[in-house]
Design a protein around this ligand. Structure first.
Ligand code: GNR
Ligand code: NI
Length: 167
């Protein structure tokens, strides 16, 4: 297992569209293990492969406080959405920034698990938000894209400054 580096906004590699996984093999399972380790190590509740510079449609999520409910979504697709729900979102690729974003409150998602078996899940509230946030990453989107231009500009400046200071 290995910890991977997480890309930081506004890294242009976060804008890539991830490609569907053709076969869930041991290489994909290795990726899933690394992603889980990286997510837990960074204290996140989700991670998309895009964030570690792998352009494949793989997501891991664990919203449980005890790190005991890891969910894997390979090639996830939202087939139904309803309602609206707003929660203050954060992102491991946008450290230190928390902003409210409007999402669907309830979604139905179809995906493959780590064994390549298809499953369907109806998710609500935080889990639903997290799935939407991660699928956005696979499509090259980051939650700050939903904020005003002014806020986006401030966030970019702040993170670029931090990046310079860290070098
Ligand atoms: O750790 C995370 N917390 C979070 C909180 C509210 C809404 C979405 C998230 S996902 C985020 C981890 C992350 O960056 N996933 O891409
Ligand atoms: Ni994120």
């Amino acid at each position: 297992m290995a910890l991977r580096d997480i890309l930081r906004y506004p890294d242009p590699r976060l804008r890539k569209t991830a490609q569907p996984v053709l076969r869930v093999d041991d290489a994909v399972r290795g990726l899933i293990r690394d992603m889980a380790e990286t997510m837990y190590g960074a204290r996140g509740i989700g991670l998309a492969a895009t964030q570690i510079d792998v352009a494949q449609r793989v997501v891991v999520i664990d919203i449980s406080p005890e790190h005991k409910a890891l969910r894997t979504f390979v090639n996830p697709v939202i087939v139904r959405s309803e309602g609206t729900y707003e929660v203050e979102e954060g992102c491991l690729s946008v450290p230190g920034i928390y902003e409210e974003v409007e999402r669907a409150q309830k979604i139905e998602v179809h995906a493959l698990d780590a064994d390549g078996r298809p499953f369907e899940l109806v998710a609500e509230d935080l889990l639903a938000v997290c799935i939407q946030h991660e699928i956005d990453h696979l499509d090259g989107k980051v939650f700050v894209d939903y904020l005003s231009r002014l806020k986006q500009q401030r966030i970019r400046k702040k993170l670029e400054k931090h990046q310079r200071l860290a070098m």
